[in-house]
Design a protein around this ligand. Structure first.
Ligand SMILES: Cc1ncc(C[n+]2csc(CCOP(=O)(O)OP(=O)(O)O)c2C)c(N)n1
Ligand SMILES: [Mg+2]
Length: 384
């Protein structure tokens, strides 16, 4: 109380309200970010004590260097076929996103959300999981469905809420669901998928099965109580689950500082829960793959859950309802120091002699084609 005479000289209490570094009109500059060179992060054994991973919660696991070479102990040493498949899946996601964004602008659907710049987080993690593992995504992991070969036509049917929509228009566009493809129904209520994933993983263990669960959340939604409920259950029971935090710097117009990023990394939350944690270059396809495989192997060995922070950048607006020029500088993403995940994987393949510009151009043309051919209202009749 300011009137209390015994506290007359005490400073008035005040709150700290985090502010983003740059607003529209400012020149973005990411030089404050500490980006360790690729290949420098240590790779502990998958069955290590959680504390052995904790130095990695404030560092960054990176495999692809500036010249597109794979370096260091986290190099997953994937064959060219897998690398090309991951590149192709990321290119499909990007082409599909562009197409659906335009469809919304043409009035064919009410709403769409792109994952531009974050394609590796969903696509490469899925390639590192087993087909039977259960995924609990947000609206920005359409790459999981693409990586598992879910038909794009079914995805479009859902976005258009047309007669072919398996969900009969009962879900907001982009909130897909496919039990057959191990893709848990997306919920608009942020964070709910996290305790659900942990519960699914615990059930898998209780039944003595071998499938694990993986959940994704944006960094903004880690401020929800559900994140913490999920983490404590996962930690206490050593549930076979991977908790992915996709730190794309923004939660609609709120910057990551409002979810705690000024104080600690998101990966560092693993330290408080006493579980394994990794902080990963989310624009590095090989680092995402390697970290996910590490965490999956750890879960399968009953060594406990892993929290992975994917450090990335939301290159476009939050959704078709958003205009990011109202709260961040135009072109901020172009200065993002971790580059573009698709371009980086392409450069790696080219460097290996396993890809070239001509093949890339042909593939880009090809992945755009199915969208053009897809009928807007396919002739299937509804089953109910
Ligand atoms: C419980 C809840 N609170 C708020 C919202 C509104 N909302 C939808 S998306 C979003 C931002 C989420 O940001 P983040 O978790 O960082 O994920 P990103 O969109 O960046 O992938 C908010 C606040 C919601 N859908 N559910
Ligand atoms: Mg975010």
């Amino acid at each position: 109380m300011r009137d209390d005479p015994s506290r007359r000289n005490a400073p008035a209490l005040a709150l700290h309200v985090p502010q983003p570094r740059f607003r529209p009109g400012d020149q973005p500059d990411f030089s404050h970010l500490v980006i360790p060179p690729a290949g420098t992060a240590a790779r502990p054994d998958e069955a290590c004590a959680p504390a052995d991973t904790h130095p990695l919660c404030t560092s960054l696991v990176r495999v692809l260097d500036d010249d597109g070479r794979a370096v260091g102990p986290w190099d997953p040493k994937l064959g060219a076929e897998t690398l090309r498949r991951m590149l192709r899946d990321m290119q499909i996601v990007r082409a599909y996103d562009d197409r659906m964004y335009r469809a919304q602008r043409q009035g064919k659907t009410s709403f769409y959300m792109k994952s531009t710049g974050e394609e590796a987080v969903a696509v490469c993690a899925t390639h590192a999981l087993d087909r039977g593992d259960m995924c609990f995504p947000t609206y920005r992991q359409q790459g999981i469905l693409v990586a598992r070969g879910y038909p794009l036509l079914e995805m479009m049917n859902q976005v258009y809420s047309n007669r072919g929509d398996k969900l009969h228009g009962r879900q907001l566009p982009v909130m897909y669901s496919s039990p057959e493809y191990g893709f848990f129904t997306i919920s608009g209520n942020l964070g709910t998928q996290l305790p659900q994933a942990v519960g699914w993983a615990m059930a898998s263990a209780i039944k003595g099965e071998t499938a694990i669960a993986a959940a994704w959340t944006g960094e903004g939604a880690t401020a929800e109580g559900d994140f913490h409920a999920a983490a404590i259950f996962a930690a206490v029971y050593r549930a076979p689950v991977i908790l992915n935090v996709v730190n794309n710097q923004w939660a609609i117009s709120s910057f990551s500082g409002l979810a705690g990023a000024e104080n600690a990394t998101f990966a560092a939350r693993a330290i408080g829960y006493g579980i394994a944690g990794l902080r990963v270059d989310g624009n590095d396809a090989l680092a995402v793959y390697a970290a996910t495989r590490w965490a999956a192997d750890r879960a399968r060995a009953n060594a406990g859950p892993t929290l992975i922070e994917h450090f990335t950048y939301r290159a476009e607006g939050h959704s078709t309802s958003d205009d990011p020029t109202g709260y961040r500088p135009k072109g901020e993403g172009e200065g993002w120091p971790l580059g573009d995940p698709v371009a980086r994987l392409k450069a790696h393949l080219v460097g290996l002699g396993e890809w070239d510009d001509a093949r890339d151009a042909a593939q880009l043309e090809e992945v755009a084609r199915p969208h053009r051919q897809a009928p807007l209202h396919p002739p299937q009749s509804r089953s109910c």
